[in-house]
Design a protein around this ligand. Structure first.
Ligand code: GLU
Length: 497
């Protein structure tokens, strides 16, 4: 590694809220690069036109900046290898796909949606049987002249295996027969993640790809692309995953996973960063409490963790408290609390909601305490009022989450609209579900300012976490039930329940 100039990157797709897993991986890419005096790059992988949104890109940038992860090059600051947003690099990918097509390392695939569906039904692996892999040039030309839509797929070797050295996991070998002829270019001409990612890592001179273990099975496709282009691949390092208590990958279905949830709940960025570093790394002296600067200085790339790590909120809280006690002065604490809760801009939004509801100023906090707390305490009576049984209460809360997610709008107005749809769906009166159930889930009580306006102040992250917590309080929903409920909700057919 001596003569190598170190360049690492974080390459998030802006298709949802910034995930703590992104901060975890960004942290290690950043620390690794800084320890070796290299550069760290932010690249936005927004090739999925339908799901990528500017608002999520903004949130990713906000969240990483809050975590004090600083990139040297990125879409907001530019750099030598700009642009750093894949949607602005579409022409670049065209040139490279042409080369693969000319050399017959990729091929045009005319399989229609119906054909693929049919194949999936028959249980063909990957849903595609390589039926267009060996079309003659004339046949391809003819279909193109007929304007048949096509994707471009990678020609995976039919025999043998792909072996590579992962700097964390050691040697990994995957037989080629387990790998599909990956689509590189979609029928709309846009690249898929796999193609754009490899081209950009090469063009941006990324020396080390540090990413989550879930990408290991994709790595052979990436390595093959490097080989086809005659490029030297970067060094791959796959990090252990963050898991929930049951050992499964941390999922937003069960836990708040947005980085901004932790910001808004009053965690310190330094504590979250320290905690995330413990998830994937062991300090030589066994210490658990250290700054990112110490981590950068003492970093040793042989000390990465190998097994998945439980994202234990209790431990995070313990660490956060340690930071409050050991690193913050009373003045700092005051500053933090003011910024989070007593900011004039926030208070100005709250006042109109309570203007006609308080008899004395002393009632202000009684009414609004739910806006200033990270823990809401529920009772069965609160969340399972007379007219709604417990199972239905849980289902209502869960469908509320889905409905707001479908709209991709977590505003009060959106919740109001959803609550009408959900009341219709469960054949209940609107009043019955809003006042006792949704209201209690958000506020932990039956009185307070108007619900929908309160949601606008609380914001998506806290609203979401409260619905999740209320479901959990009622006993949670098993995976099986969740599946049935989802189908029922999607088909809007209540009788399936
Ligand atoms: N865009 C991918 C993601 O969202 C990047 C994966 C990688 O680091 O290669 O995680």
């Amino acid at each position: 590694m001596k003569d190598m100039f170190i360049r690492t990157r974080i390459a998030p797709s802006p298709t949802g809220d910034p995930h703590v897993g992104t901060l975890y991986i960004a942290l290690f890419n950043y620390v690794f690069a800084k320890h070796l005096k290299g550069k760290f790059v932010l690249r936005i992988e927004d090739t999925d036109k339908k799901r990528s949104k500017k608002k999520y890109e903004k949130k990713i940038i906000e969240a990483l900046k809050w975590g004090k992860i600083n990139w040297d090059e990125g879409p907001d600051i530019g750099g030598e290898y700009a642009p750093y947003r894949q949607s602005e690099r579409i022409d670049i990918y065209q040139k490279y796909i042409q080369k693969l097509l000319n050399e017959k390392k990729a091929y045009k695939c005319f399989a229609t949606q119906e054909e693929l569906k049919e194949l999936r039904k028959k249980g063909k692996s990957f849903g595609y049987d390589r039926r267009y892999r060996d079309l003659s040039d004339e046949e391809v030309k003819k279909r193109e002249a007929e304007k048949q839509p096509y994707t471009i797929r990678l020609k995976i070797p039919l025999k043998g295996e792909c072996s590579f050295e992962d700097k964390i996991k050691g040697k990994i070998t995957i037989p080629w027969e387990e790998i599909d002829d990956q689509i590189l270019i979609k029928s709309d001409g846009h690249p898929t993640y796999h193609f754009a990612n490899v081209i950009d890592d090469h063009l941006m001179k990324i020396s080390h790809v540090i990413r989550g273990e879930e990408w290991i099975s994709s790595t052979p496709k990436h390595i093959l692309l490097y080989e086809y282009f005659n490029w030297t691949p970067p060094i791959f390092m796959h990090m252990p995953l963050l898991t929930q208590e049951d050992g499964k990958k941390l999922s937003k279905r069960r836990n708040p996973t947005s980085i901004l949830y932790y910001k808004k709940s009053g965690y310190l960025a330094e504590a979250l960063i320290n905690f995330l570093s413990l998830m994937g790394y062991n300090m030589k002296d066994g210490s658990e409490f250290y700054s990112i600067d110490t981590l950068i200085k003492d970093f040793d790339d042989t000390r990465f963790g190998r097994s998945n790590a439980f994202f234990d909120i209790k431990k995070l809280k313990w660490l956060n408290q340690k930071y409050i006690i050991e690193t913050l002065s009373e003045k700092d604490i005051l500053k933090n609390i003011k910024k989070l809760f007593l900011d004039d801009e926030i208070l100005k939004k709250i006042i109109p909601m309570i203007h006609t509801r308080i008899k004395t100023f002393g009632e202000f906090f009684d009414l609004c305490n739910f806006l200033f707390t990270s823990e809401i305490y529920y009772t069965e009576e609160l969340l399972s009022p007379k007219k709604i049984d417990k199972e239905i209460a849980k289902s209502i809360l869960q469908t509320t989450i889905w409905s707001l997610d479908e709209k991709d709008d977590w505003s009060g107005a959106s919740l109001e609209k959803s609550s009408h749809e959900i009341a219709d769906f469960f054949k209940l009166k609107h009043k019955t579900i809003v006042m006792p159930l949704l209201f209690s889930a958000i506020m932990g009580k039956r009185f307070g300012p108007p619900l929908f306006d309160s949601i606008d102040i609380l914001g998506k992250e806290l609203t979401y976490s409260r619905f999740l917590k209320a479901i959990e309080f009622l006993g949670g929903i098993s995976n099986k039930k969740l599946e049935i409920l989802k189908k029922t909700w999607e088909k809007k057919n209540f009788s399936l329940l």
